[in-house]
Design a protein around this ligand. Structure first.
Ligand code: PLP
Length: 391
């Protein structure tokens, strides 16, 4: 996006004027379109968790500044979740930090761990806050592009190895991956871990979709691989897992030295946030397995409704193994420019989507791909599918 509307935005951030989501959401409203652009659910998470937040508010828990690292109940629940799901032990007092969503966790981690001029290797297409956060830290982003291969986007391990130089400080890994829906495999993660150990790199992992994996795909936290625990900052969030994206409760886990560094930065970004919601998220993390299974099942059903609809409408569909996004290729429709396609789609079909090119440095590589979110009610997805088919 251009920064002509922001003449005062500094040079580090000039390229990050406005996000595509604002433009596309405005288009959705103006045209009365179904908005499958931005990834937020159109129904709230579990009633009992919402009630837990109400209770905390009423009981006066969290209405004043909570402790800087997060309330003990939530830090304990996060540590228990890492232990129960992944066998990863962390000390709730020194190795867990509650943040204002994963977004703050990402920004604080990069600000804490990157020196100006350091190179940060990130998977491309990348979540939009990565580039801005790397820039805020004065780092240099080095993208490694995931490429379509037999129905999904895959990491080329040789390209990844070649991207690491003597100036590389940190690998920024996102799995399950937004926007492609790729879930990195055990073999890929083992190779990433080997590289990180060999080149003595820090690793920041964005795992906000850890509970959204389908068809037997398994989420494996990079920190669980040999040699990784001591060099990895793992990031999670309640927003996507519990369908409360407005609460902005995220967290960081890792060794105390790294978490301590992130905490040092976080105290001057937000200091604390979301007091009463922290109590509710502590309860959410302790929900029985049946919650997580049902959430997955219901999202898989929605994925299938939208994926089938997009296929019927003529898109090439990369059926995601994780996240709540579907990346499509528009070339079978005789189109090749995702930007132009997405700008015209609201008028043509009454549906809003996002051009994946915004997630690329190499805009050319991302040009034919378009992302649709399926975290919406089934009838909304059916209607969107119908509109696209009629286009
Ligand atoms: C939504 C999202 C985030 C941001 O999470 P918040 O907890 O809402 O800040 C971070 N990373 C990825 C990949 C996301 O899709």
């Amino acid at each position: 996006m251009t920064s002509s509307a922001r003449p005062h935005l500094n040079r580090r951030l000039a390229e990050f004027g406005t996000t595509i989501f604002a433009e596309m959401s405005a288009l959705a409203v103006a045209t009365g379109s179904i908005n499958l652009g931005q990834g937020f659910p159109d129904t709230d998470g579990p009633e009992e968790i919402r009630e837990a937040a109400v209770r905390a508010l009423r009981d006066g828990r969290g209405n004043q500044y909570p402790p800087g690292p997060g309330i003990p109940e939530l830090r304990t629940a996060i540590a228990a979740h890492q232990q129960r799901r992944y066998g990863l032990a962390c000390d709730p007092d020194t190795e867990v930090l509650v943040t204002a969503g994963a977004t703050e966790a990402i920004a604080a981690s990069l600000l804490a761990l990157v020196e100006p001029g350091d190179e940060v290797v990130a998977l491309e297409p990348y979540y939009d806050s990565y580039a801005a956060s790397i820039a805020m830290a004065g780092g240099k982003r080095v993208p490694v592009t995931l490429r379509p291969h037999e129905g999904s986007f895959r990491l080329d391990l040789d390209e990844l190895r070649a991207a690491v130089t003597d100036r590389t400080r940190l690998l920024l890994i996102n799995t399950p991956h937004n926007p492609t829906g790729t879930v990195l495999t055990r073999e890929e993660l083992a190779a990433i871990a080997e590289l990180a150990v060999e080149r003595d790199l820090l690793v920041v992992t964005d795992e906000v979709y850890e509970h959204l994996v389908f068809d037997g795909a398994e989420h494996l936290p990079p920190a669980a691989f040999p040699g990784m625990r001591e060099r990895t900052v793992s990031i999670g969030s309640a927003g996507k897992t519990f369908s409360f994206t407005g609460w902005k409760v995220g967290w960081v886990t890792g060794p105390r030295e790294l978490v301590g560094a992130v905490r040092a930065v976080k105290q001057f970004l937000t200091y604390v946030s979301a007091g009463p919601f922290q109590y509710a998220v502590a309860e959410a993390l302790a929900l029985p397995d049946s919650y997580f299974e049902e959430f997955r099942r219901s999202m898989r059903e929605r994925r299938d409704i939208l994926a089938d609809g997009l296929t019927a409408a003529g898109f090439e569909v990369f059926r995601p193994a994780g996240t709540y996004f579907i990346t499509t290729d528009i070339r079978p429709l005789g189109e090749k420019d995702g930007f132009a396609f997405c700008r015209a789609l609201p008028e043509r079909a009454g549906v809003v989507a996002i051009p994946n090119a915004v997630f690329y440095d190499d805009r050319e590589a991302g040009a034919p791909f378009v992302r649709f979110a399926f975290c919406k009610r089934e009838e909304v997805l059916r209607e969107a599918a119908e509109r696209l088919r009629a286009m």
